[in-house]
Design a protein around this ligand. Structure first.
Ligand code: HEM
Length: 416
């Protein structure tokens, strides 16, 4: 049996928060290995990177998700009973529910709704000198996600709900106030959605078949029972919260257009094929999810290394999306790399890897791509704007989640 290379030092929990997206990649590099062992929250853990590491991590025979998520993340970001912590047949059954929402027609709807919501939003910009794009995107995507999901949203609650959905996302790499804000936002959001599910089930409101609220409210578990209201609410939030999170990619996308050295992006993004590649490159390059965790289902040996039952294993999501063995000049923004790209299941993994139906890979990848495309289409085709240079375009690799420091400000906006 080979010894798994060990990270130096004692418990690394503080360093995870301090080093953020670079915590794992730095150690793989220092140890010259795709696997190492360290200690987090007092427990031994194994960390994996590389395409082969991802392939292993997504082997359901070897790993499970039960007990892998820290309670604090469930209480703020995901919910305590949601799909992220499920395994086996119940997981696959729940996953089908999410996947059933992602028909080509419904995804096209999402794109149309998002672009229209941007256009509506822009009508209100006439009187403003400048707007901060990330802030606007949160609201636009909240409106779009609710409309698409069949969730009634009163005009006066839009800002509040958008902020609550964002605060859950913003809490994931935090301790202290940012974490507690996420927890509070989750409580309030769950309450909001639970009441709507009850109203729907009691016939007080209506929703169309195929919308998230309808399908979740009337879904049946494998035992034939409807979803508990709490769980249904967590799963509906699992649709609208991450849709609002796409606002991050929109801010980064606007930044990529602005920083394009040839200044061609603005024109080229208007082309269908290019915008798709552009969206993929945004997801690959810019930081969002740093790593994911799973627990060893039962003892096994991989490449001569022993994995003990119950051990927590982390996969280096951010590192794999920047792995020079998979991507030429990985730190460069280059949508052209996706020209004729024959992607595998374990290389471009900002939203997880493997098979969508069998594993935990994000069922919202298409929503994400559609929302980015609709938003970039709006920015390049529907308005003209200037980018004030007096703003901070940098973004942190230690704060999780990250964003351009200024969020991305645009001014002198003219509707075309
Ligand atoms: C799972 C990222 C947008 C719904 C995941 C996972 C990641 C991820 C990394 C975990 C994969 C794993 O555990 O192996 C993202 C990012 C997004 C995004 C970065 C965009 C900013 C969305 C959207 C939806 C969504 C728009 C809406 C449906 C989910 C759900 C899961 C999930 C329900 C759990 C799947 C499961 O456990 O089987 N996402 N996601 N995500 N995502 Fe997304």
């Amino acid at each position: 049996m080979k010894q798994i290379p060990k990270d130096k030092g004692l418990d690394q929990s503080v360093n995870v928060l301090r080093e953020g997206y670079q915590f794992l990649p730095k150690r793989f590099e220092r140890l010259g290995s795709d696997i190492f062992q360290t200690r987090l929250l007092g427990k031994k853990i194994i960390c994996l990177t590389g395409e082969e590491g991802a392939r292993l991590f997504y082997d359901n025979e070897k790993f499970k998700r039960k007990g892998a998520l820290p309670k604090r993340i469930q209480k703020s970001l995901f919910g305590e009973n949601a799909i992220q912590g499920m395994d086996g047949d119940p997981h696959q059954h729940r996953k089908l529910l999410f996947m059933s929402l992602m028909t080509p027609e419904r995804l096209e709807d999402l794109g149309d709704i998002t672009r229209k919501q941007w256009q509506k939003k822009a009508q209100g910009w006439g009187r403003k000198k400048a707007v901060e794009l990330h802030e606007e995107a949160k609201e636009v995507l909240c409106r779009a996600a609710c409309q698409w999901s069949g969730i009634p949203l009163r005009e006066k609650e839009v800002k509040k709900r958008a902020e609550q959905l964002w605060l859950m996302v913003d809490s994931f790499g935090a301790v202290g106030p940012r974490h507690w804000k996420g927890r509070k936002a989750r409580k309030l959001s769950e309450q909001w959605i639970k009441e709507l599910i009850e109203d729907l089930r009691e016939g007080k409101i209506e929703a169309s078949q195929g919308t998230a609220i309808y399908e979740m409210a009337y879904h049946r578990n494998l035992d034939g029972q409807p979803l508990d209201t709490q769980i249904a609410a967590e799963e509906i939030l699992n649709v609208i919260r991450p849709t609002v999170a796409v606002s991050t990619y929109i801010a980064f996308g606007a930044l990529a257009i602005h920083q394009d050295p040839k200044q061609e992006a603005k024109v080229k993004v208007a082309e269908d094929e290019y915008i798709e590649m552009f969206a993929q490159e945004i997801r690959r390059l810019f930081p969002f999810v740093p790593f994911l965790g799973a627990r060893v289902r039962r003892d096994f040996i991989w490449n001569g290394y022993y994995f003990k039952t119950g051990r927590l294993v982390l996969i280096d999501i951010h590192g794999i999306d920047h792995d020079p063995r998979l991507w030429d000049n990985p730190q460069e923004f280059s949508p052209e790399r996706f020209y004729n790209w024959k992607g595998g299941l374990f290389d471009l993994i900002p939203q997880g890897g493997g098979d969508h139906y069998k594993g935990h890979r994000c069922p919202g990848e298409w929503i994400t791509i559609e929302a980015i495309k609709a938003s970039l289409n709006f920015l390049t085709n529907d308005i003209d704007y200037e980018v004030p240079l007096k703003q901070d375009f940098s973004y942190s690799l230690s704060r999780m989640p990250s964003l351009p420091e200024s969020g991305f400000i645009i001014k002198n906006i003219v509707r075309k």
